[in-house]
Design a binder for this molecule. Structure first.
Ligand code: ADP
Ligand code: MG
Length: 262
């Protein structure tokens, strides 16, 4: 019997509720020429949860995101998201399954405005809606405006993206994900290079957009992690070192030794 079923049973008996996890990662391993960048990792993320992954450089954090979004193929193990086995899907199918990923460096179009960047990310209507231009345009404008407001760029719709601050560019990229309405958001070091106030705003932003979704965030800024994390997973040498609340992880001897104490 797989751990999936056991885990589910355990949760049902604890909660007395039908509340399965959104994301199940089980015994996930990837080797690059014999080197295991991710080594037998199991991880379960709840619906509505913000999970933060921390750990030293080279621990395998980014590789976990690569595996979830299909950029890297697992050597073994399973990744299930809302009952879909992602390890068997192509990258575009994983996106269609509701998984959205933001990379470490913003990949926005600097020459285009905030509006145009968001517009380009808006999912293309299929079938009838796609041909009803007027209706589509109306819906698109509303969605772009609403998204821009969420990411604190409501008054910057017609500003060229290249003129935004580094933090605002990061928000724009989060907006470009958000407008696709993903169910699982993955962010790799979203506040790197941001000012203190931008970090606080980003925490607020994540709290605001997490309803109805789940998120995996990789981050080194412990103050930020404390503000956003429901639970923290600590990775070291491709393996799970510790997991739990920020408080419990902070007091964990192994975590202090390999990461926090540095
Ligand atoms: P982190 O994000 O925790 O800093 P990474 O996941 O980027 O760590 O990398 C973990 C290890 O896996 C590193 O030693 C890195 O060099 C290696 N690695 C990651 N991706 C590849 C790849 N595609 N080919 C070979 N080695 C890789
Ligand atoms: Mg990384």
């Amino acid at each position: 019997m797989s751990i999936t079923a056991q885990e589910n049973d355990r949760r049902l008996s604890i909660n007395g509720l039908q509340k399965p996890f959104a994301l199940y990662i089980e015994n996930l391993t990837v080797s690059f020429d014999g080197f295991k960048a991710v080594d037998n990792l199991s991880l379960y993320v709840d619906e509505g949860e913000i999970r933060v992954i921390i750990g030293p450089n080279g621990a395998g954090k980014t590789t976990v995101l690569d595996l979830i979004c299909g950029k890297t193929r697992a050597s073994s193990g399973s990744i299930k998201f809302r009952d879909k086995e992602l390890t068997r899907l192509k990258e575009h199918e994983i996106i269609e399954a509701g998984v959205g990923r933001k990379f470490q460096n913003p990949s926005i179009y600097e020459e285009l405005t905030v509006f145009e960047n968001l517009e380009l990310s808006y999912p293309r209507g299929k079938g009838v809606m796609g041909t009803l231009f007027f209706k589509r345009d109306e819906a698109l404008c509303r969605k772009v405006q609403e998204t821009a407001e969420t990411i604190f760029l409501g008054d910057k719709l017609h500003t060229r993206a290249g003129l935004l601050s580094h933090g605002q560019k990061q928000w724009l990229e989060i907006g470009m994900l958000l407008i696709q309405n993903p169910s699982l958001l993955m962010l790799d070091e979203p506040v790197a290079g941001m000012s203190v106030s931008e970090r606080t705003q980003t925490a607020e932003l994540l709290r605001k957009i997490i309803k109805g979704r789940s998120a995996i965030v990789i981050e080194h800024d412990m103050k930020f992690v404390e503000e956003i994390a429901d639970r923290v997973t600590v990775m070291h040498q491709g393996k799970l070192l510790a997991e739990g609340s920020m408080d419990s992880v902070k007091r964990n001897r192994k975590v202090i030794d390999v990461y926090l104490g540095q």
